[in-house]
Design a protein around this ligand. Structure first.
Ligand SMILES: [Cu+2]
Length: 179
């Protein structure tokens, strides 16, 4: 009896797996399920969860924000800017906040805020020119400011800035309404 050559016996085992486009089998089902699972994990990642209705803004000990522009989707019912002070200096020395105003009002609001003092978060109480503002924070702290984009005037230009005395020269940016 002729022995089956070893090479021939192994041929079928080594046959390359055929692409699922041509042959649908259990292996393909498993691959598909795995792919779907990975996709579902991706869709739950923090990046995807962070909605377009919020943004992270960082301020540091070098008196800088990490963003020069914040895009605000006007379709959001509520928009949140989460401010994080990544530095170590205390509030009294390197306090930061984020104040939202029309660009044209920035200087006057800033000047009034400086006069108002730290106890008022450097925002004049009841200032109707201010759309929204966060509390003043020191190194390692976080704060947040929320507003309704629908309340903003589409024809106007808006800005965000820090009203701690002397900071607005460097710490300001454009708040851009989209679309
Ligand atoms: Cu500041």
């Amino acid at each position: 009896m002729a022995a089956v050559p070893e090479d021939a016996a192994q041929t079928w085992r080594k046959e390359p797996e055929r692409p699922c486009v041509y042959v649908w089998n259990e292996r393909c089902l498993v691959m598909t399920l795995r792919a779907l699972f990975c996709l579902s994990l991706l869709s739950m990642s923090p990046a995807a969860l962070a909605s377009k209705c919020s943004v992270e803004l960082e301020a540091n000990d070098a008196m800088r924000f990490n963003l020069s522009t914040i895009e605000v989707d006007r379709t959001c019912a509520d928009f949140e800017i989460r401010l994080r002070h990544s530095g170590r200096l205390p509030k009294a020395a390197m306090g930061h906040n984020v104040v939202i105003v029309k660009s044209a009002d920035l200087e006057a609001v800033d000047a009034d805020g400086i006069r108002a003092g730290a106890a008022e978060n450097h925002v004049k109480p009841g200032d109707t020119r201010v759309v929204a503002f966060s509390p003043l924070i020191g190194g390692g702290e976080t704060a947040s400011v929320r507003f309704n984009p629908a309340r903003l005037d589409r024809a106007a230009k808006y800005a965000f800035f820090c009203s701690f005395p002397g900071h607005s020269a460097l710490m300001k940016g454009e708040l851009k309404l989209v679309p």
